[in-house]
Design a protein around this ligand. Structure first.
Ligand code: ZN
Length: 503
């Protein structure tokens, strides 16, 4: 069995190397590649994806997995090797359901679609993007059919990002969250309390914004020897192994929050990848457990740390020193309130903690409706407008600030959005466990120290990589399954305090 294990690892190492090479091309495409490179890049990625698929679905891997089946079948075996066999078996069976030609065709279409989306977003032209979006939803539907599902085609897509999660569970979870969020939002809007965030909307020198972001993320524990930051349209984090984990950001010359909190967010993702056990390197376990678990990390650093009072008590002075003209007359409390202002708005990535999840619900409902055939892609821009109005009471003046704002659909990522809200929910469950183990964490944050928190995350979440299924990991760490209540309580306490409301 030792020989089979070594042979499997060798084959997986090749697959992972090819994957990382594709990731480098993807990173370049979204940072430095000139627009003219789009078609060539689409071909290169298509070829690589096909190679990866062929290598990974090779019958030899199936034979090795058969041979290693006794290792995986032993539920008591908690070793990395047993987990590797279990997780690889699952991925292998899934991947075998997708024809190589389908994978390559989709990869090519995705690269083109992404390029067209950027242009459509820039010119706010939904009609330009529509045929490409229709294709992406068609690919997604075909993928769901290939993979198979019991209740809803969406289950098959969701499972790619959040293994084990079902559409019906999301519906229940979101209903509970909506029922808690809407009354709180209404109370805030009706409170008459006005939070002034004009200090965030002033000219902010880009180089200084960047400098502050680097300092903050270094203090958090993002290892810059194994990472770097570049500029992009839609910020993301990518990695080519645990020792090269890159973040990206977008600076606005006259709005401080986007790059500031975006950088903390991406660093949260990056620290997760940097913290995976080196023993898992070049295997399918060498990355985060799921997108939802990933998002719990980015959201924790962005919101529970970065938008907290203790954080700004430690950091406002330094920010003020960088921007004396803009912030000279402000104090910590003004700044804390400004970065936590609740206001129904148009753009998901810039929305506050409370309304953020409503943006996600809108996308989830539309995706599900398209798969069910209840909404057509051609009507998506219109649907977006009317549903934004219903849910948040705001209407986008154009499609760039509406249906075209996110890149996910342009890359065929249908079923991805709910993981953001799952991450928000989980972030608070994990945070409470960390604080139960180390009640001094908030005081340490007030001294600009994050080592205890990061070490707790390393020990309980990061090092495992993808060893456990998300629900398994969540139960191991928190002793319960995903639960909306701690998150709702956190929102009620935080925003109840800022707006003087009790719901
Ligand atoms: Zn994220």
């Amino acid at each position: 069995m030792a020989d089979a294990l070594a042979a499997l690892k060798e084959r997986l190492a090749t697959v992972m190397d090819l994957n990382y090479a594709a990731a480098v091309l993807g990173w370049d495409q979204r940072t430095y590649m000139p627009p003219g490179g789009a078609v060539g890049r689409a071909n290169q990625l298509g070829t690589l994806r096909k190679l990866i698929h062929e290598h990974f679905t090779a019958p030899e891997i199936g034979h090795l997995l058969d041979e290693l089946a006794p290792l995986a079948a032993d539920g008591q075996n908690d070793s990395n090797d047993a987990a590797l066999v279990r997780r690889t078996r699952r991925d292998y069976d899934q991947a075998r359901k997708l024809p190589a030609e389908f994978v390559a065709e989709w990869a090519r279409a995705r690269a083109i679609s992404n390029q067209v989306w950027e242009e459509a977003r820039r010119t706010s032209d939904f009609a330009l993007f529509q045929p490409h979006l229709e294709k992406q939803f068609d690919f997604a539907k075909r993928q769901a059919e290939y993979l198979g599902y019991q209740d809803h085609p969406y289950d098959a897509l969701l499972d790619q990002y959040e293994p084990g999660m079902k559409t019906a569970q999301i519906k229940t979870l979101f209903a509970e969250l909506k029922a808690g969020t809407l009354p709180l939002l209404k109370a805030i809007v009706n409170s008459g309390v006005q939070v002034d965030d004009s200090l965030l909307h002033q000219p902010y020198d880009e180089a200084k914004q960047e400098q502050f972001g680097v300092e903050v993320t270094r203090a958090f524990g993002y290892d810059w020897q194994r990472g770097r930051q570049d500029r992009t349209v839609h910020p993301f984090c990518t990695h080519f192994g645990r020792d090269d984990v890159r973040i990206t950001t977008r600076f606005y010359p006259d709005f401080l929050s986007a790059a500031l909190f975006g950088t903390m967010h991406e660093a949260g993702h990056a620290m997760y990848e940097q913290g995976v056990d080196p023993e898992l390197s070049r295997t399918l376990l060498s990355r985060g457990a799921s997108l939802g678990v990933h998002e719990s990390q980015s959201r924790m650093w962005e919101n529970l740390v970065g938008r907290s009072r203790p954080f700004w008590q430690a950091n406002f002075g330094r920010l003020q020193a960088l921007f004396p003209q803009q912030l000279g007359n402000a104090d910590v409390e003004m700044f804390y309130r400004a970065v936590n202002k609740v206001q129904p708005s148009l753009i998901r990535v810039e929305s506050d903690e409370l309304t953020y999840n409503l943006h996600i619900m809108l996308r989830f409902e539309l995706e599900a409706a398209i798969l069910e055939g209840n909404v057509q892609v051609a009507d998506l821009a219109e649907e977006w407008h009317s549903r934004m109005d219903d849910m948040l009471g705001v209407t986008p003046p154009n499609d760039a600030q509406g249906v075209l704002q996110d890149m996910h659909w342009s890359g065929g990522s249908v079923g991805y959005f709910p993981t953001y809200t799952l991450g928000n929910v989980l972030s608070v469950q994990l945070w409470e466990r960390a604080l139960a183990a180390h009640p001094t964490i908030p005081e340490e944050i007030g001294r600009n120290e994050y080592g205890t928190l990061l070490q707790w995350l390393r020990d309980n979440v990061h090092r495992y990589g993808r060893k456990y299924e998300p629900n398994e990991l969540i139960e191991r760490v928190t002793g319960e399954s995903l639960n909306v209540q701690p998150y709702m309580n956190y929102l009620r306490t935080k925003f109840g305090d800022i707006y003087g409301v009790a719901v």
